[in-house]
Design a protein around this ligand. Structure first.
Ligand code: NAD
Ligand code: UDX
Length: 460
């Protein structure tokens, strides 16, 4: 393994936690330490009760059970982990800037720079630094410059190794990646990182490129994926006015092997911490090189997504006789997709905000999202006071309770269990007419209509 005995990962989030757990599981002879400044998060990673892990991912608990305490450690001792490691992954957050130049678009690289400075300050032996976070193209040059100017003269190699896992399927994606991408200049450093992945990934799936191609490919992959969702979502609106059915259209075009069947599910809009952030970042980079046509092209993907979320909320209001004032609307789901507790940029947040402006009362049920998270998401928009949000919206622990006395149900996340609910019982306890607005197209129209629901689904 080219001498890699100890790995440190800075950032124990949705990427650092699962990724390092699998690397540790598959490389039992390498000691892997995941560090974070957030002590609460580290405590949660060390919790004996797997229900308390900070990230919910199917299969993650089994990986942790096998590796934690053997060669996988979660700690707040950032400096110690850096000092001891041969290879350091940087997996910190790179959010959209909320201030100054590039506000609302550019990536905030404050946390990346802090990591580089801290590594330089502490390191007394050669290190390979791996960019795992998603960053703007050419960030490796920034990291290298900081390391070389502020370090103690020890050699550093910088590699780019973007992560392509999707939440909700992280463990499967890590076990069987379509590809592992490594960007870098130094053949030995690349070989060292490659050998870690070769513990379980076939070598023909490991691609090496130059640094800038690797960094840029991550932004481009997310831009293309998001573009597919916006493309089908734009068609969903056309389907609604023409009598076409968007699922049928998706199936018909997806059979063309050049188009392919995946990522064509019309929805209430994409969410998650990556798509919007990375698109905005791409747009910002293009504009910073004066490539305005390129920037406008990709910006349109975000505009369609915003339109889709508002369009769904408007459809609810319009269908419910143009007013939702004082009406109870049950939200099924708050997470940005199924099988995760992550709510970042979830469409549900924006749909709720829009309906609350119209003075609806909302009760939310999500199998994995806690009430305080829902309030944090809404309060962060600062559309109204915390007190008002608390008055107008409630989270409950049973779907049947959420639907009790409701005028309408808005389905925002495609959790499998929603399909299996006792829809007769739900209907019986609702106000009539009982509306269902399916933002994920997972329910059976015929079944619901036979029960007497008025059913609306995106793109039909
Ligand atoms: P996250 O917010 O869940 O985790 C980041 C963690 O880094 C936080 O716990 C934070 O406390 C910690 N941190 C920040 N600065 C630190 C420092 N100086 N020292 C120690 N800890 C520090 O973020 P995430 O979702 O794991 O994403 C991390 C990166 O990976 C981002 O660049 C993101 O774009 C990228 N990415 C995310 C996904 C995803 O599905 N979430 C997928 C691919 C790539
Ligand atoms: C995405 C990328 O897929 C992943 O490769 C990258 O590493 C991180 O960003 P993630 O955001 O976790 O992953 O989930 P993803 O499955 O891509 O879904 C993103 C959003 O698009 C979700 O809100 C999802 O519901 C929505 N979506 C996805 C659709 O609406 N329709 C689709 O067909 C696919």
């Amino acid at each position: 393994h080219k001498g890699i005995r100890k790995i440190a990962c800075i950032g124990a989030g949705y990427v650092g936690g699962p990724t390092m757990s699998v690397i540790a599981q598959k490389n039992p002879h390498i000691q892997v330490t995941v560090v974070d400044l957030n002590a609460g998060r580290i405590d949660a990673w060390n919790d004996e009760n797997f229900d308390n892990l900070p990230v919910y991912e199917p299969g993650l608990d089994a990986v942790i059970a096998e590796a934690r305490g053997r060669n996988l450690f979660f700690s707040t001792h950032v400096e110690k982990a850096i000092m001891e490691a041969d290879m350091i992954f940087i997996s910190v957050n790179t959010p959209t800037k909320t201030y100054g130049k590039g506000k609302g678009q550019a990536a905030d690289l404050k946390f990346i720079e802090l990591c580089a400075r801290q590594i330089a300050e502490v390191a007394t032996s050669p290190k390979i630094i791996v960019e795992k976070s998603t960053i703007p193209v050419r960030t490796a040059a920034t990291i290298k410059s900081i390391l070389d100017h502020t370090g103690k003269g020890v050699p550093f190699q910088v590699l780019s190794n973007p992560e392509f896992l999707a939440e909700g399927t992280a463990i499967q994606d890590l076990y069987k990646p379509d590809r592992i991408l490594i960007g870098g200049e130094d053949p030995d450093a690349i070989a060292a990182l490659r050998s870690i992945y070769e513990a379980w990934v076939p070598s023909d799936r490991i691609i090496a490129t130059n640094l800038w191609s690797s960094e840029l490919s991550k932004l481009v992959a997310n831009a293309f994926l998001a573009q597919r969702v916006s493309s089908i979502n734009s068609i969903s609106e056309l389907c609604e006015v023409t009598g076409a059915n968007v699922d049928e259209v998706a199936q018909a075009i997806g059979r063309d092997s050049r188009i392919g069947p995946k990522f064509l599910k019309a929805s209430v809009g994409f969410g998650g911490s990556c798509f919007q952030k990375d698109l905005l970042n791409l747009v910002y980079i293009a504009r910073s090189y004066n490539l305005n046509q390129v920037a406008d092209y990709w910006e349109q993907v975000i505009k369609i997504n915003d339109h889709q979320k508002i369009r769904f909320a408007e459809k609810i209001i319009q269908t419910m006789y143009n007013t939702v004032n004082g009406k109870k609307i049950a939200f099924m789901g708050w997470a940005f997709k199924k099988d995760t507790n992550d709510t970042r940029e979830s469409a549900a947040i924006y749909v709720a905000d829009h309906l609350l402006e119209e003075r609806a009362k909302i009760e939310v049920f999500d199998p994995k999202v806690q009430e305080n998270q829902i309030y944090n998401d809404l309060n962060a928009l600062a559309t109204r006071s915390k007190e008002e949000n608390q008055k107008l919206l409630k989270a409950v622990s049973s779907p049947y309770q959420a639907c009790e006395g409701a005028h309408a149900i808005a389905l925002l996340t495609e959790w499998d269990e929603f399909i299996e609910y006792d829809w007769q019982r739900i209907k019986n306890n609702m106000r009539k007419p009982a509306f269902v607005f399916d933002g994920r197209k997972i329910l059976d129209r015929k079944k619901l209509e036979d029960l007497g629901f008025i059913y609306y689904a995106i793109g039909e």
